[in-house]
Write a protein that binds this ligand. Structure first.
Ligand SMILES: C[S@@+](CC[C@H](N)C(=O)[O-])C[C@H]1O[C@@H](n2cnc3c(N)ncnc32)[C@H](O)[C@@H]1O
Length: 502
């Protein structure tokens, strides 16, 4: 039940803090749409708020509270409008949602109009909560932060922007608010309003790995304010100064033909690394000289995320890769050392996720982007996720044509007609301005920046004007410096700075 219905209950200090944010009186109509054990009800009643309506799908919970209606909030018939909706709705990714809940959600009109099957269960709770608010009614929820910038949540974001505004957002990047859950959470206060003039959003960051007590929360002050969110645009939660810097960088990457800026996706094909399904088993750790020639030829050179540095990698790990081998007899006869090695791990290999196919135990389960990675051209590798709380750079490294990425790494290969060198693209990606841009406009979950295909392809790119001799000289100097075995990164960045100042 706990996981199936996302039964993670809110600590009392957080509940009290959220109630304090509400601007209501004792007569106000209040809704708790998924009340769990009833902590919000208990604390609201303690503060003399008594016009409370609550829903909970699990009838074993909150039995002591009379206000609770034991039915699903998603399809409950509710004719009332509310002054305040407050709570912590269930947050379940679509793929983890039970079939019966999926069916129910799919029938919901708001879901149909604003969501798709990549959205989360929680979306429908926000949509419905807003629908049930009176004009100027308040929505105060605690929830994970990442829907604020994922592509598939755009429908929900636009719905919110069109029907009101955020008054305040409290961000708990690294604070483990719910036991056993490691997502970054936010508390937001949103006002339903038809007014066209919207105030700036007040932002507070709580920077601690310890659960706050009420005193700490009460003393939390706003760090900055940011302009109200706009329809279809990225929700950028940064101070004005940072916003200006990001815009200035994008401006430097502007196309000559129009106001848009160039992006890496126009210049590179990008692919997430291949999935073996049992990484350690496919790594070949004994000396390769002890293998037969035929076996040596079926070792793939892989660079793991941990072995990537800015510009270069430090180590290659050989992997057994036999996806071309169709029969077990061939495996046994032509690759005897691999055959023996794999037998020790066979039960676990056969338990791997099968991607709705029957996968032979000696095959990698998902050799995605194989065609791209097999191209005879150098590639840039980057860890598919990077924590930024303890570093101020990313690790884009150049690798030769025969090096492959596994699932912890994403690769970029130059498109065929691109004139800029791969070394120039490499240098650009390692520039601090790209770091800064990705930290704010990339896919960021807590302090983790993600490097899958989409966020990488949207990075602004400073293309060379091939009619400008000065730019060509800078491009060539960067290319040459990045081709040395010892790269003078200070020199490279200085040349790039000249281009980014132009
Ligand atoms: C994350 S818990 C939060 C509970 C409570 N609001 C709190 O803060 O402690 C979400 C709750 O939603 C309930 N729930 C899940 N789906 C629901 C639905 N369709 N309608 C009403 N409640 C639901 C779960 O059983 C769970 O108790």
């Amino acid at each position: 039940m706990k996981k199936k219905l996302a039964q993670y209950f809110t600590p009392t200090a957080i509940v009290d803090f959220m109630i304090q944010l509400a601007d209501v009186d004792s007569q106000s109509q209040i809704l708790e749409p998924a009340c769990g054990e009833g902590i919000f009800l208990e604390r609201l009643q303690a503060k003399d708020y008594n016009n409370i309506t609550a829903y909970e799908i699990d009838n074993k919970l909150a039995q002591q509270h009379e206000a609770v209606q034991y039915e699903s909030f998603v399809s409950a018939e509710i004719s009332q409008q509310f002054d305040l909706v407050i709570g912590n709705p269930p947050y379940i990714r679509w793929k983890h949602l039970d079939a019966d809940l999926k069916l129910e959600v799919q029938k919901n009109m708001l879901w149909k109009a604003h969501c798709n099957s990549l959205c989360d269960y929680f979306h429908v709770f926000v949509l419905r909560a807003i629908e049930l608010l009176k004009e100027n009614g308040q929505l105060i929820f605690i929830c994970p932060e990442y829907w604020m910038n994922t592509t598939h949540s755009k429908g929900l974001r636009n719905y919110m922007v069109e029907r009101g505004y955020f008054e305040a957002i409290y961000r708990f990047k690294e604070t483990p608010i719910f036991e056993g859950v490691s997502v970054s959470c936010v508390i937001f206060k949103y006002i339903k309003s038809e007014a066209t003039e919207k105030p700036p959003i007040q932002i507070a960051n709580y920077e601690s790995k310890e659960l706050p007590c009420i005193k700490k929360l009460e003393n939390l002050s706003f760090d900055f304010s940011c302009p109200p969110f706009q329809k279809d645009a990225t929700w950028l939660i940064v101070p004005a100064e940072t916003r200006q810097k990001l815009q200035a960088f994008e401006q430097k990457c502007k196309k000559q033909s129009n106001e848009d800026y160039h992006t890496i996706g126009e210049f590179c094909d990008i692919g997430n690394g291949m999935v073996s399904g049992l990484d350690k088993t496919f790594q070949w750790k004994t000396p390769t000289e002890e293998l037969y020639k035929q076996e040596q030829a079926y070792l793939l050179k892989v660079v793991k995320a941990k072995d990537l540095q800015p510009f270069q990698y430090t180590k290659i790990t050989p992997y057994i890769f036999l996806n071309e081998i169709g029969s077990e007899t061939t495996l046994r006869v032509a690759f005897p050392n691999f055959f023996i090695h794999l037998q020790d791990h066979r039960p676990r290999l056969e338990m791997r996720y099968q991607y709705k196919r029957l996968i032979s135990y000696w095959h990698w389960v998902f050799p995605r982007n194989w065609k791209l990675f097999s191209k005879q051209q150098p590639r840039i590798l980057v860890p598919c996720k990077e924590r930024v709380s303890n570093k101020d750079y990313f690790r884009f490294a150049l690798a030769e044509a025969d090096i492959y990425p596994t699932q912890d790494v994403t690769a970029l290969l130059k498109k065929d007609d691109v004139r800029e060198s791969i070394q120039y693209i490499l240098a650009f990606l390692n520039h601090p301005k790209v770091f800064h841009w990705l930290c704010h406009k990339g896919i960021v979950k807590g302090n983790i920046v993600e490097f899958s295909e989409r966020p990488l392809s949207s990075i602004p790119f400073r293309a060379i004007n091939w009619k400008d001799k000065g730019e060509i000289a800078l491009h060539d100097a960067i290319t040459k410096a990045c081709s040395e075995s010892e790269i003078d990164t200070l020199f490279v960045m200085a040349q790039l700075d000249k281009l980014l100042r132009k």
